[in-house]
Write a protein that binds this ligand. Structure first.
Ligand code: DHB
Length: 387
């Protein structure tokens, strides 16, 4: 071979090597509501994802991880279309995010058809993981927190409860699992439901006040908690002697401190508190606040842990992005999150996590969900019951 031939061969190798190198990127499509009424959810998840990558670097198993962020505006048709575009045109290996139940559900058939892992980082209706074999969840389920708060209420002198929930998947799960658990323990329950869109809670709160229960159990999605608490105070319910309880969405850490005294004494069950006392969480809160100027809430840890799941699964497959291999790698994985110890149930692909009972208290002049009891390693009760 002449020198010319050697050079040409080298050039040909380099030319063929270029696309192979491009394939070494693993693209992750992150679909979130970043405009519209649920922007706060999207931002918390996105910032959790970004913090993880800032801390751990942007490579896993020797591959560069590239996030493609898309805004669905909280609209399920947009989520579906974007999921399709990301898989078909952008060739993402994984889709992730999903700020609300209808958005996660809209993408599920696309994940199945496109054989693409779908990491649900925010939504909480139990049935989501059953919508596709390619779904793995790092957020939570509503039954997971509604059963522990029902147990707590029954053991703490509460006998009559009015439930007020948002009328869609997670609210219906919360109502069902609270009511069943609480009535089994001897309590009585009455229920009202508020619409998801443009909610005015006043009529439901009036009904609740008129019924004179020992407690009001509330589920509203993150992003509506401040409005709910404002109307709760306006009707004087915080001075009525009626206790306010629920899953922790209503005392969302991002906006809790701005709610004021109305939030003091609210008792909730949830997966994450900014005030969770662990070295992992102290470091997390400090880094998150420094980067974003707000407290991290429960949505942010879904994003942060979702990225951990993706990185560790890639490490286990040696960088192979085959969907079945990635899902197999994710099943049974366990680690310590800022929220505490968590794992992925190998049977259901749903998250197993501690649920903490917390009370809103003022600590050094700021309102926090202060944890006072832990129910360890809670599986989604809805799936446990169906077996
Ligand atoms: C869902 C959304 C929320 O904002 C929340 O706090 C809980 C659940 C959902 O749509 O699944």
């Amino acid at each position: 071979m002449t020198l010319k031939h050697v050079l040409m061969a080298a050039l040909a190798t380099a030319m063929f090597a270029a696309p192979a190198q491009a394939q070494d990127n693993v693209k992750v499509g992150l679909i979130l509501p970043l405009t519209g009424p649920f922007t706060a959810i999207g931002r918390q998840v996105e910032n959790g994802v970004k913090l993880y990558m800032a801390q751990k670097g942007d490579t896993a198993a020797g591959k560069k991880v590239e996030i493609v962020v898309k805004d669905d505006g909280g609209n399920a048709d947009a989520t579906k279309r974007i999921a399709q575009e990301l898989i078909v045109n952008e060739k993402v290996a994984i889709i992730a995010g999903f700020g609300l139940t209808p958005l996660a559900m809209a993408a599920a058939p696309i994940a199945t058809q496109g054989k693409t892992p779908q990491i649900v980082m925010a939504a909480g209706t139990s049935a989501i993981t059953q919508a596709s074999p390619y779904i793995v969840r790092t957020s939570f389920t509503l039954p997971q927190s509604s059963v522990p708060i029902a147990d707590w209420a029954a053991k703490n002198g509460i006998k009559k409860v009015m439930t007020v929930v948002t009328d869609y998947g997670p609210g219906l799960d919360a109502e069902k699992w609270f009511s069943e658990t609480f009535t089994k323990a001897g309590g009585t329950v009455e229920s009202v439901r508020a619409p998801l869109k443009s909610p005015d809670f006043a009529p439901y709160l009036q009904k609740a006040a008129d019924a004179k229960p020992d407690a009001i159990f509330v589920f509203v999605p993150a992003g509506q908690s401040a409005q709910f608490m404002k109307q709760y105070r306006e009707r004087g319910l915080d001075k009525s002697g009626i206790k306010l309880i629920g899953p922790g969405d209503v005392t969302d850490d991002e906006v809790l401190n701005d709610m004021g005294d109305v939030a003091l004494g609210v008792v909730t069950a949830h997966l994450y508190s900014t005030a969770h006392d662990s070295p992992e969480n102290k470091a997390y809160v400090e880094a998150f606040k420094k980067a974003n100027n707000v407290r991290p809430n429960f949505m942010s840890v879904g994003g942060y842990d979702g990225m951990h799941l993706i990185y560790e699964a890639l490490k286990k497959t040696g960088g192979d992005t085959d969907a079945d291999k990635l899902i197999a790698a994710m099943k049974g994985m366990s680690w310590v999150s800022p929220r505490g110890p968590i794992s992925i149930d190998p049977e259901t692909r749903d998250i197993i996590q501690n649920i903490y009972i917390r009370e809103v208290k003022s600590v050094n002049g700021e309102l926090y969900n202060v944890e006072f009891a832990t129910i360890a390693n809670v599986k989604d009760p809805a799936k446990a019951a169906a077996k």
